[in-house]
Design a protein around this ligand. Structure first.
Ligand SMILES: NC(=O)c1ccc[n+]([C@@H]2O[C@H](COP(=O)([O-])OP(=O)(O)OC[C@H]3O[C@@H](n4cnc5c(N)ncnc54)[C@H](OP(=O)(O)O)[C@@H]3O)[C@@H](O)[C@H]2O)c1
Length: 319
């Protein structure tokens, strides 16, 4: 049996669907049924049920968005930093291998090819870099797993949410045999409040930036593939290869759904943060070649976006 922590969450429910599809026995735990944030309760459960693997897909993301984490700091710290340590200790005590769902939001920007070398650029939205992204995308590369997070408490500024996700990764670095799976701005064909594509449809104005993304179904498939292949533990960027600009995703929506509705964009960071956001947003490009080297292939990001729009479960949005 595989234990999944996170109740009916956005990510835990996708793991449950994929485990079901593969015919693998699993049990999803919700805090209302078993307080898995308690070391004693979780250890008792692990010793009794002896799962062969545990996936921690529980955490505090902030609703309706990451801004909520700025005001609920104690809850965010407990859920995103202290709790993963509880899981690490319980799993080590009970001898259960496990994986932690982290986030790509621990970075800002990407790596830019200049004079034959890559250099870090934390803001790809600067006008001259946006031109580079559109015109010479081959000159933009993502952060690799060995790159130290640069949108974190150690390298501010960052959002409180991102700071806690980076701190959890740091605190898990010494834990033996643990996978850290980085998800990034999940999307798929099922409309919902946590789906990046639904969010774009909902915004009054859209913030244009450059990002790697993870198709939610592709993400959980890749994670379970890694485990089934017995890939080396450690951090993995689990994003669909490549990156997109928000404008490219919107253009794809307009093409696939034949939308005539115009989308309005914020003029830039200054206007966006003055009117629409409290916490700084992580926008970043990730390199997923470690995943590929482990034998796990994901679709290129734009193929996955177009496919999700094509298969949008409620049909073409009526806009
Ligand atoms: N959604 C995203 O955009 C995104 C992107 C990158 C990474 N992630 C990471 O993916 C993981 C799951 O996120 P999600 O999007 O599935 O969030 P979600 O839909 O809010 O589900 C998270 C689950 O965690 C449990 N939980 C909530 N508050 C908690 C707390 N204070 N302490 C312990 N558990 C708590 C809840 O399960 P119970 O039923 O057990 O209470 C909840 O269903 C998180 O670690 C998040 O940081 C998410």
């Amino acid at each position: 049996m595989i234990a999944v922590l996170g109740g009916n969450g956005h990510v835990s429910s996708a793991f449950a669907a994929e485990l079901e599809r593969r015919g693998l026995a699993f049990r999803v735990l919700s805090r209302s049924e078993l307080d898995y944030t308690s070391f004693a309760a979780l250890t008792r459960f692990l010793r009794r049920e002896k799962p062969r693997f545990l996936i921690n897909a529980a955490g505090y993301t902030g609703k309706p968005n990451v801004d909520a984490c700025e005001t609920k700091r104690a809850d965010v710290l407990l859920a995103n930093v202290v709790f993963p340590q509880v899981v690490a200790n319980a799993c080590e005590t009970a001898g259960v291998p496990w994986a932690h769902v982290s986030s790509g939001c621990v970075y800002s920007g990407g790596r830019i090819l200049e004079d034959g070398c890559f250099r870090v650029e934390k803001n790809l939205a600067l006008p001259h870099l946006r031109c580079l992204v559109d015109e010479r995308p081959e000159c933009v590369a993502g952060y690799r797993e060995e790159d130290v997070p640069n949108f974190s408490f150690r390298e501010p500024p960052c959002s409180f949410y991102s700071g806690t996700k980076a701190l959890a990764e740091e605190s898990l670095a010494g834990a033996p045999g643990v996978y850290v799976w980085r998800l990034r701005m999940p999307f798929d064909e099922v409309p919902g409040p946590a789906n990046y594509l639904s969010k774009l449809l909902r915004y009054e104005r859209v913030y244009d930036n450059v990002n790697s993304l993870s198709h939610r179904g592709d993400f959980v498939r890749a994670c379970i593939d890694l485990w089934e292949r017995q890939a080396a533990p450690g951090i993995y960027n689990i994003t669909n290869p490549g990156f997109v600009t928000t404008r490219q995703v919107i253009a794809c929506m307009q093409r696939v759904w034949k939308l005539s509705r115009p989308f309005a964009f914020w003029e830039g960071d200054e206007e966006f943060y003055r009117h629409a956001a409290v916490a700084l947003r992580s926008n970043c490009v990730l390199d997923s070649s470690k995943l590929l080297a482990a034998g796990v292939r994901m679709r290129p990001v734009m193929d996955a976006v177009e496919d999700a729009l094509d298969r949008w479960t409620t049909g073409r949005p009526d806009l």
